[in-house]
Design a protein around this ligand. Structure first.
Ligand code: GLC
Ligand code: MG
Length: 249
C-alpha cells in the first residue's frame, strides 16, 4: 500500500454518523502509521468552531488543518496560520471594501464574530433570496475591482473570500508541498464549499450519499471515473469510496 493524502470536509461529511466515524478514524490512523499517509481537514469553520467540534466528536489530530473555507492553513497544531499561504491571499484583497460593499444589502445577515476572519467575510442569506441577491452583490463588488469570489453553501451560508482561495486551492498547495500525485489524493465533501475540492484537478473525489443538491448538480455536469457518489452517508460513504478506489486492503 502506498501513502495517500486524505482530505475531508467535516460537517455532514466526516462527521454525521458517529459509529462509522469511529471506524474510519481507526482506518485512517492506521494507514498514517503504517504507510505515512497524511490526514487533512478542510472546513468552513473558524479555528474556534473547529476546536469545539474536534472536542465533541473526538476527531484525530490532522497533519494539516484547512479552516475558514481554505483561507487559513495550520500545520502540526500550530497557533498561527502558514504565512506563505496568507501572503498568496493578501494580493488584491481588501476586507474593509468587501464589508462596505456588502452593507448595501440588508438581505445579508452577518454571521457570528468568530466566523469573520482576516480573509473571509461571512453572512447568512436565505435560499429564496439567493438567486436575486448573489448576482447583484457580485456586480456591486466588481465595481471595486476586488480580487474576490462568492461561495454559497447549504442554502444559507455565504462566504466572500479572495479569488485565489478555496478549499481546492489550499489542497493543491499541500499536495505540492508534500509531493502527492492527484491519483494518490482523496477529497471528500457534501456541499457547495466542497465543489472546489472536486473541481481543482484529478484527485479521487468521494461525494457522500447525503450530498446537498448544489454539489449533486455540479457532479451531474462533471462526471468522470475519478469522482464517486457513495450511497452511504457521511463517514460510511467515505469508507465505501476508499474501497471503491482501492485504497483499502
Ligand atoms: C461553516 C462556517 C461558516 C461558513 C460555512 C460555509 O459553517 O462556520 O462561516 O459560512 O461553513 O463555508
Ligand atoms: Mg459539509
Amino acid at each position: 500500500m502506498k501513502p495517500f493524502l486524505f482530505v475531508t470536509d467535516l460537517d455532514n461529511t466526516l462527521v454525521g454518523d458517529d459509529a462509522q466515524l469511529v471506524l474510519l478514524n481507526q482506518i485512517l490512523a492506521q494507514h498514517r502509521q503504517n504507510y505515512g499517509s497524511k490526514i487533512v481537514y478542510a472546513t468552513g469553520r473558524s479555528p474556534v468552531l473547529y476546536r469545539e467540534l474536534k472536542e465533541e466528536k473526538n476527531l484525530i489530530d490532522p497533519d494539516a488543518l484547512v479552516v475558514s473555507v481554505g483561507t487559513e492553513i495550520y500545520f502540526d497544531n500550530s497557533e498561527s496560520p502558514d504565512a506563505s499561504w496568507s501572503e498568496v491571499l493578501s494580493r488584491g484583497w481588501n476586507r474593509d471594501l468587501v464589508v462596505k460593499a456588502a452593507e448595501k444589502f440588508p438581505e445579508l445577515v452577518p454571521q457570528p464574530q468568530t466566523e469573520q476572519r482576516p480573509f473571509k467575510v461571512s453572512f447568512f442569506l436565505k435560499e429564496e433570496l439567493s438567486e436575486k441577491i448573489l448576482p447583484q452583490l457580485d456586480s456591486e463588488l466588481q465595481k471595486y475591482a476586488l480580487n474576490i469570489k462568492l461561495i454559497y453553501s447549504s442554502g444559507i451560508d455565504l462566504d466572500i473570500v479572495p479569488s485565489d482561495s478555496d478549499k481546492g486551492q489550499a489542497v493543491q498547495f499541500l499536495r505540492q508541498k508534500w509531493e502527492f500525485v492527484s491519483e494518490q489524493t482523496i477529497v471528500c465533501g457534501d456541499s457547495g464549499n466542497d465543489i472546489s475540492l472536486f473541481a481543482a484537478g484529478k484527485e479521487r473525489g468521494i461525494l457522500v450519499g447525503n450530498a446537498r443538491p448544489e454539489l449533486l448538480q455540479w457532479y451531474s455536469q462533471n462526471r468522470t471515473d475519478y469522482r464517486y457518489l457513495a450511497s452511504s452517508y457521511c463517514a460510511g460513504g467515505i469508507i465505501e469510496g476508499l474501497k471503491h478506489f482501492g485504497f483499502l486492503e
